[in-house]
Design a binder for this molecule. Structure first.
Ligand SMILES: Nc1nc2c(ncn2[C@@H]2O[C@H](COP(=O)(O)OP(=O)(O)OP(=O)(O)O)[C@@H](O)[C@H]2O)c(=O)[nH]1
Ligand SMILES: [Mg+2]
Length: 415
């Protein structure tokens, strides 16, 4: 965000039925945190209940007036809405308020753009930004013509908008191609990791829960933790030796947030695929957050959305050193840790070992017919999910014990 826009007013919107169950304070504090991470200075915040959304502006005339008067008295240069706005709603609100209006997706995209470090991260963010921009193009042109001194109230001709649209679509298809290349490189890295036969454990959780801190505490590697949302965008994998010296691979991933823009989910598909490829999920929860249970629900929902809710999961309540930490209910069987003090980390490693041992490593193997005794071994000690015979070999999908997995690595099927 530029300097001119840094003094902002935050507006949390509660629509219809949602307004009854949403926790105003929690929603506001998360929005404040998002704005802070984006580099904005929050002058004030306000929550609004919308019973009957106005198609043109989403909120009513009286509410617009209220926002305007706060903006004037607090000298706000921009208004951030904790909701997605249609292009025309955004334009109309900007016109009425005489200020820049930022919606939830724009805000999160802005943070992602700031935090993207690797070329893959940058490609993913740019793709999501163009995807967001495309339907807004004609509205943007109308605004631009107005700002440029009323050159014409109709905005540029449809030809101009169409040609811009074409340019953006062209850029999008270049980005898609590049992302595809990154994706295939990533899948080669993944299968070469798989070849080692080590179990893969993915760290998932709400943003700021302490995933990166846990990765660092357990493995001694990884970037330093950061007190900002979405500090991690790109997955990072490190080796961790379990108490019985059996190595596993631990992958740190992008954090989740409630109402994650679907555009981002689509663009970050490759990153999320890393989670789908794991044997065990380690769900890190910020046990000291007042919105702890809401955050857990959000993560569980997203795990369901990306189709990994069947994977064995260990839930870890982090930040037990903080005074407002609330221990999880016993029935959840969750572990308690603190990456700050080191509390519970030994127990966590033991639990990881036991879950990984009982789960085994998921593998898709191509076993030559002359190695049929390996197939027998897999049947004996693993759990076979599918088996298909080809002309010279058998393709088997199975979960196999860790010690056998490392022997079978060379038979991984990449097709
Ligand atoms: N007090 C306390 N703070 C912690 C603990 N673990 C992590 N933190 C803090 O929580 C913040 C977030 O930590 P990260 O490890 O970056 O969290 P993350 O889940 O990787 O966050 P994203 O990558 O942004 O999704 C940082 O300020 C950490 O110092 C803990 O056990 N105790
Ligand atoms: Mg992180």
């Amino acid at each position: 965000m530029s300097e001119d826009e840094d003094q902002v007013l935050l507006v949390s919107l509660f629509l219809g039925i949602n307004s009854k169950c949403a926790n105003t304070r929690l929603v506001q504090s998360e929005l404040r945190e998002l704005a802070r991470t984006a580099g904005a200075r929050v002058a004030d915040s306000l929550s609004i209940t919308v019973r009957k959304p106005d198609p043109g502006t989403l909120i009513g005339k009286g509410q617009i007036q209220r926002i305007l008067s706060i903006c004037r008295s607090k000298k706000c240069r921009a208004v951030i809405f904790d909701h997605d706005l249609l292009p025309r709603q955004q334009t109309n609100l900007e016109k009425r308020l005489g200020r820049k209006v930022i919606d939830r997706t724009t805000l999160i995209l802005d943070i992602f753009a700031q935090q993207a470090r690797t070329s893959e991260g940058k490609l993913q963010v740019e793709r999501a930004q163009i995807d967001y921009l495309l339907p807004r193009l004609s509205q943007l042109w109308v605004q631009f013509s107005r700002l440029a001194g009323g050159i014409g109230t109709r905005g540029p001709g449809e030809t101009q908008i169409e040609s811009d649209r074409r340019e953006l679509r062209k850029r999008m298809s270049i980005l898609d191609k590049r992302l595809e290349r990154v994706r295939s490189r990533r899948s080669i890295t993944r299968s070469s990791r798989r070849k080692k036969g080590y179990p893969i454990v993915s760290l998932v959780g709400y943003t700021n829960a302490g995933k990166t801190s846990l990765m660092r505490s357990l493995t001694g590697h990884g970037p330093p933790a950061s007190d900002s949302l979405f500090a991690t965008l790109d997955p990072l994998t490190r080796q961790l030796d379990m108490p019985n010296s059996q190595p596993l691979l631990l992958t740190d991933t992008v954090g989740f947030i409630q109402r994650l823009p679907t555009r981002l989910i689509a663009s970050f598909r490759a990153t999320l695929e890393e989670i789908a490829d794991s044997d065990v999920i380690l769900h890190v929860v910020d046990g000291a957050s007042p919105s702890c249970s809401l955050q857990i629900d959000t993560v569980i929902e997203l795990l369901e959305d990306i189709g990994v809710s069947h994977l064995p999961t260990i839930t870890v309540y982090n930040k037990s050193d903080l005074p407002n930490f609330l221990a999880p209910p016993k029935r959840l069987g969750a572990l308690v840790v603190s990456t700050k003090s080191g509390y519970g980390l030994k127990e966590l490693k033991l639990e990881l070992q036991s879950v990984v041992d009982s789960t085994g490593v998921n593998m898709r193997l191509r076993i030559p017919f002359d190695k049929a005794r390996l197939l027998a071994l897999i049947y004996q000690s693993g759990s076979v999910k599918s088996l298909r015979h080809c002309t010279t070999d058998s393709i088997v999908e199975a979960s196999v014990p860790t010690e056998l997995a490392s022997r079978l690595g060379i038979y991984i099927d990449n097709s």
